[in-house]
Design a protein around this ligand. Structure first.
Ligand code: HGY
Ligand code: MN
Ligand code: MN
Ligand code: MN
Length: 420
């Protein structure tokens, strides 16, 4: 049974939490840029992170391999060899200028839970596997969940032609990484080979902290849709063109960005324009074209989809009024995913084991690999408070005692699955 003393006072658990935080720092050193954290899919940094994670997995008693999609994997047999596995994990890739816990903390908590269970000698009725997914964010190729969608077997061969900002295709990136695209199906897991998937992750929002809780049970994961938007007008001279003759694409796009915020608040959805570029980009040239992104998510897909329609209607109205044209291309879609009630109960029991008698349940505004893995097996998530809810930012921060509590809760959740 997991240690009953509160993680916050148990010196062993606190030492394990310290080790996990140190390892997060080690991984943070594997970045494309020395001064800001960025580790993208199939990059040299990704390879180094996989190798480091493999070392830690082996120390925890896991047999390790890198799958055909570039995910770093490990397995500890259960009470007898060859049993279906309970999969634990998260991702090692990051957004640009990232924090050091989004994804990484979940991978390291999973490894430490396996290490504890290996040391305890408790024979489980399933194997334990850990997966460190290579591309949850979609930073390099614009399509997220490439690692977990491969594991789930929901791969789309159109993705091989996706290109990064240097024009390298996903297929070429696979080859550069030492992977053979033709062998990708080797990463597809058979239905029945898993009994479920549990992911521990920072909340990436302020709600646990506002409620004074360390940990939370995730009920569902938001479904997100992402678009590449283009507003087209007519470039012109910034001095000589009177306002009544202008077709300024940037003013039109800016009006739409404000409208995205207004409509999102009104419709209780979450819309964000994260990237925008004006062309031709001269300081003395009226922008003739603006390319920008839209990320729209909600707890329930119908609310999200209704808001997409409202935003596009607003875009057409702005374009018409300003003599512009508007286009949208959907580049990513993942639908809202409900966490398995049975696995949620195991996470709930795990959190109770840390002394929180009434664990908080909440939906995840952030997307996660579980959205893809849910196509293959039951999923659930354990949320960990992060300071100020800050994430996707270098100021991302977790407390050691919260990591300690999460470790105890995660172990207790795994044991609760075994006992169920
Ligand atoms: O975008 C998200 O919600 C996740 O962090 N990839
Ligand atoms: Mn993220
Ligand atoms: Mn994440
Ligand atoms: Mn001139």
């Amino acid at each position: 049974t997991p240690s009953t003393t509160l993680a916050t006072t148990n010196p062993t658990t606190l030492a394990e939490a310290e080790l996990i935080l140190e390892r997060c720092n080690d991984l943070a050193g594997l970045s494309r840029h020395p001064e800001r954290m960025e580790r993208v899919h199939l990059s040299p940094e990704h390879k180094a992170a996989n190798e480091l994670a493999a070392t830690w997995m082996a120390e925890a008693g896991l047999s390790t391999w890198q799958d055909a999609a570039g995910n770093q994997c490990g397995r500890l047999e259960g009470s007898e060899p060859g049993l279906p596995a309970l999969l634990l994990g998260s991702h090692l890739d990051t957004v640009p200028d990232a924090g050091r816990y989004d994804g990484m903390l979940g991978v390291l908590l999973a490894i430490q839970v396996v290490s504890r269970i290996r040391d305890s000698g408790i024979p489980l009725p399933f194997a334990l596997e850990v997966v460190a997914f290579g591309d949850e964010e979609g930073t390099r190729f614009g399509m997220a969940l490439l690692g977990s969608r491969a594991l789930a077997g929901t791969w789309n061969d159109d993705w091989w032609q996706l290109t990064d900002k240097d024009g390298i295709t996903l297929a070429e990136a696979f080859q550069d990484f030492g992977l053979d695209p033709a062998r990708l199906p080797g990463a597809f897991r058979r239905p029945g080979s898993l009994v479920g998937y549990l992911e521990a992750h920072i909340e990436q929002g302020p709600f646990l902290e506002d409620a004074g809780r360390r940990l939370g049970v995730v009920t569902s994961i938001a479904g997100a849709r992402r678009f590449a938007l283009v507003m087209t007008g007519h470039a012109g001279h910034a001095g000589g063109t009177p306002y009544d003759r202008r077709r300024d694409a940037l003013v039109g796009a800016s009006e739409l960005v404000i409208e995205v915020e207004r409509l999102s608040k009104q419709q209780h959805v979450i819309g964000t324009v994260g990237r925008l570029q004006a062309f031709p980009g001269g300081v003395n040239v009226i922008p003739g074209r603006v390319e920008f992104s839209l990320d729209l998510r909600a707890e329930f897909d119908p609310d999200r989809d209704e808001s997409v329609a409202l935003i596009f209607a607003a875009a057409e109205s702005i374009a018409e009024r300003r003599g512009l044209s508007f286009s949208a291309t959907e580049i990513y879609r993942a639908d809202a995913t409900v966490c398995d009630p049975g696995l949620q109960d195991a996470v709930f029991a795990g959190i109770r084991a840390t002394g929180d008698t009434d664990p908080m349940r909440m939906w995840s505004r952030a997307g996660h690999d579980g959205v893809a893995v849910a196509d293959l097996t039951a999923i659930a998530m354990l949320f960990i408070r992060c300071r100020g809810g800050v994430s996707h930012h270098p100021d991302e921060h977790v407390k050691k005692v919260d990591v300690a509590a999460a470790l105890d809760a995660f172990e207790a959740a795994v044991l609760a699955v075994a006992a169920s």
